[in-house]
Design a protein around this ligand. Structure first.
Ligand SMILES: [Zn+2]
Length: 458
């Protein structure tokens, strides 16, 4: 809101200069409010338990809990920002495996704050369970609608705890060289990509370096050609946000992946009420994916942010009459929200691509899952299912977990209650002999949500 006042002030000042008399009085009133806003400096550094610098994310909330600013440290863990004088709650975080530290601070011009060596504890280690996490659909300035440099997106990804990612700019591969070369220096696994943006849907061509020059699609044959071209380059191809603008469902099963959760719309949580149609397409995408699975198609589901602005400042204003929606969007639309946790045999781009191909993936905006069915993992096939043994470990650093749903052939067949803020570990036996596939879903008391890829049965 304050930013609006600033912008209005500048606007009114310009109008004032143009001698528009009726506005001058209001302009003077706003000017007196404006000059009262004094800024103070906050700087500091973030370290891990070992005292070494950590690249982290910082969010500043005002005393009403409204998000004022989101920034990242630099690669040496340092940050520096000017904020309006006042009281804030500073949240320091690094994705879903670290604590989310809260620090009340007061910003005053006369007393610059220097918060040295704030330590951030890693609570969970899913890498030790062979999972790496990443966001495969993000944009930079190489897209005409992207706001950030490639480097800014990369630092924001590291600050948000991501291990890998793809830069998927609209109909260009021009950002890939920089994306790959910068990543190499920062032990981040970068995948070259592009978002093929057509009049009939958008497609992520993952692990492709040459432009796939398609902007109009008129037939299923042309879809086939596009898929072939991606495969020819050694790539994979995903239908992006299909619930929004994809209609070639006859050939939907030919794609390698389907983006059932796109960060620009509400998560595909069951029973969300009256979502504006514009933001409900993940629900449609998820249902279409379930339909494909029930037709016997094996296709990997992925979730990505589709982020165009790492600060999320261009999109935080509530724009709906739906309270649920406003609450959700006020949290910000960030890179890495949601993200894919991919189980890998080796920590490399090849390992990640193979993990995706094999469906060893769950998608999340917070909850972490480790689930096996007769010792098989997501994407695997299990034959003996009369007395299937499901073992689960579910955890979250946000503390609002509610239940683990077992979904078989599209229906919830079992709901297992979860502790809100401590990991839940358990085993149950279920007869799954009548089903073709099973998916696991974590629901919460807020907007935290996670969904796995299927374990195929029979
Ligand atoms: Zn996109």
């Amino acid at each position: 809101m304050r930013r609006w006042i600033h912008s209005l002030m500048i606007l009114y000042s310009i109008l004032g200069l143009c001698q528009l008399q009726p506005l001058i009085q209001e302009s003077e009133q706003l000017a007196s409010q404006w000059v009262e806003i004094v800024q103070g400096e906050v700087k500091g550094s973030i370290v891990g338990e070992d005292g070494k610098p950590v690249i982290a994310q910082l969010r500043f909330f005002d005393s009403d809990g409204a998000l004022i600013k989101r920034i990242q440290t630099d690669i040496d863990g340092n940050f520096e920002i000017l904020l309006d004088e006042g009281h804030y709650n500073l949240e320091v975080s690094k994705g879903y495996e670290y604590e989310m530290k809260q620090l009340p601070i007061e910003v005053k011009k006369e007393n610059p704050l220097n918060l040295k060596s704030i330590s951030l504890t890693r609570l969970m280690d899913w890498t030790a369970k062979s999972y790496l996490c990443g966001d495969l659909h993000q944009h930079s300035q190489f897209s005409d609608d992207g706001l950030n440099t490639v480097e800014e997106v990369l630092i924001a990804n590291l600050a948000n705890g991501l291990d890998f990612g793809a830069m998927a700019d609209h109909n260009t591969v021009d950002g890939n060289d920089e994306w790959l070369s910068l990543s190499q220096k920062l032990s981040y696994l970068a995948i070259p990509a592009q978002e093929i943006t057509t009049n009939q849907g958008h497609y992520l061509a993952l692990n492709t370096s040459n432009l796939i020059d398609v902007t109009a699609l008129t037939s299923e044959d042309e879809i086939d050609q596009m898929i072939d071209e991606a495969h020819h380059q050694g790539g994979m191809i995903q239908i992006n946000h299909p619930g929004r603008n994809f209609s070639f469902w006859n050939v939907g099963g030919q794609f390698d992946a389907i983006e059932i959760w796109n960060g620009q719309a509400m998560p595909p949580i069951p029973n969300l009420n009256d979502i504006d149609e514009e933001f409900a397409y993940n629900q449609i995408s998820k249902q279409k994916w379930f339909d494909l699975l029930s037709e016997g198609v094996k296709i990997t589901a992925l979730g990505n942010s589709d982020n165009h602005d790492i600060s999320s400042e261009s999109i935080t204003a509530p724009i709906s009459e739906n309270e649920q929606f406003n609450e959700w969007i006020a949290q910000g639309l960030y890179n890495g929200n949601p993200r894919n946790y991919v189980k890998v045999e080796e920590e490399s781009v090849e390992g990640i691509l193979k993990g995706i191909k094999d469906g060893h993936v769950f998608i999340t905006n917070g909850p972490l899952m480790d689930v096996t069915l007769n010792e098989a993992t997501f994407g695997d096939r299990v034959v003996s299912t009369n007395e299937a043994e499901i073992s689960y470990l579910i955890a979250s650093n946000q503390g609002s977990l509610e239940a683990l749903n077992v979904i078989a052939d599209g229906q919830v067949i079992e709901t297992i209650p979860l502790a809100e803020d401590v990991p839940t570990l358990g085993t149950i036996n279920l007869n799954l002999s009548n089903y073709q596939w099973v998916v696991f879903e974590v629901i919460s008391k807020s907007y935290e949500y996670a969904i796995s890829n299927p374990i195929y049965l029979k």
